[in-house]
Design a protein around this ligand. Sequence first.
Ligand code: 5AD
Ligand code: SF4
Length: 485
Amino acid sequence: MHNNIDLDKIDINSAPPTEEPARQYYFMAKCRQWVQAFEQKNGRRPVACIQTFGCQMNAKDSEKLMGILERIGFHETGDEHADFVLYNTCTVRENANQRVYGRLGYLNTLKKKNPDMIIALCGCMMQEPHVVEKIKKSYGFVDIIFGTHNIFKLAELIHGRLQHKKMVVDIWEQTDQVVEELPTERKFPFKSGVNIMFGCNNFCSYCIVPYVRGRERSRNPEDIIAEIEKLVSEGVVEIMLLGQNVNSYGKNLKEPLSFAGLLKRIDGIKGLERIRFMTSHPKDLSDELIEVMKNAEHVCHHLHLPVQSGSTRILKAMNRRYTKEQYLELVGKIRAAVPDISLTTDIIVGFPGETKEDFEDTLDVVRQVRFDSAFTFIYSKRTGTPAASMENQVPEDVVKARFDRLLFEVQKISSQVCARDLHTTKDVLVEGLDDHLEGFVTGRLDNNTVVHFPGEESLVGTLVPVRLEESKGFYYMGRMEPENQ
Ligand code: 5AD
Ligand code: SF4
């Protein structure tokens, strides 16, 4: 296992190895030398801060990036007054980009006070050529830029920057490489995300993801299972399987395996209490998966099933490849097999050409399905996607009014649906001390709903039965059952 490699035993005076991950461990050892010199000069370890924008994929990538930084010798901090600051960016909607530009101005002021500070940018936004051009032109104080395909190279890139003292830019357009066995620094001791696949082949017409995350690549089941077994041996009880479109897992493997088949294997791992996954595309959700969800012991009864729109006409323009009726039928099938399933979704308002009638169809789906919760988004034009050049972009004020109506409807239903387990006892995985209430802890139900109840820190990471005494709309207040107190 490379993970256990002793960096001090690596010969850093010879040429770097060409194969991965050995090459990266070599550069980690090289960077460690720099860290040691830093320590001698400053009397402290250098500190590193990673700010993550965007989705769970990015959160997972950031854990890998921090793992590399810690192996090099950096100390983690949440504060941007650091020696190394990395922004892991998102570009799914324009406002995510604007936030990064805004924050870069602030970093520049920090760097003026600490000229040795290294500033790095990575993630989805960096896969867009116009973004990289803008940064090169207007944000020359940035030291390192890399993309989504080569995060494993962080140590090599830092080394390059230290050697040449000029901006290092390394963006890959594509990759078929999945580099295994690099260090990771997990945020939670008891739960973890696990990548099962990367990229997306769907090309929904509004979405930038296929352009910035590349084509679908599945990890080998053996690697996934070995990773989960290792996590369980370290105390992890809940995992979230991650992929842009988990339902098409396995199609490009040498020995194809369906997502349902993979899930069944993972369900058999001893010591694992909860298995979650996201995201599911409705067009690929198989009967086999529904069967596995029904029969598996540890797969949570929660499904994130983005509908995006309730209008068949708009769904077609979005290239979603299902109709309103097919979506509703699918929901009916899932509910018949798994009656206590929690359904959550994503909805876009104001896609080009969306009429009042189309929007009413979306409201109709929301009312029929009664989602546990829904993430609602205002359509954002992404350069390079087919929708960006569509005519009939909907005026801003119309979109805003629709968005407010949708949000109101979603929240009203959600607060009713979320209360359905009131006065029952359910298992809660305790995630931490409550931020607001002294003497309380916070955890989650199988269906992801948050519960607060009186408890101590020693409960963190354990599953305990909790009586759900009061519903507060999106969360519960509860009390641990007496035999567990
Ligand atoms: N505009 C608005 N929302 C978008 N999403 C993806 N692309 C866009 C866009 N251009 C939303 C979708 C997706 C979620 C992750 O982000 O609803 O499911
Ligand atoms: Fe995640 Fe998509 Fe944002 Fe990339 S662009 S961070 S894949 S949501």
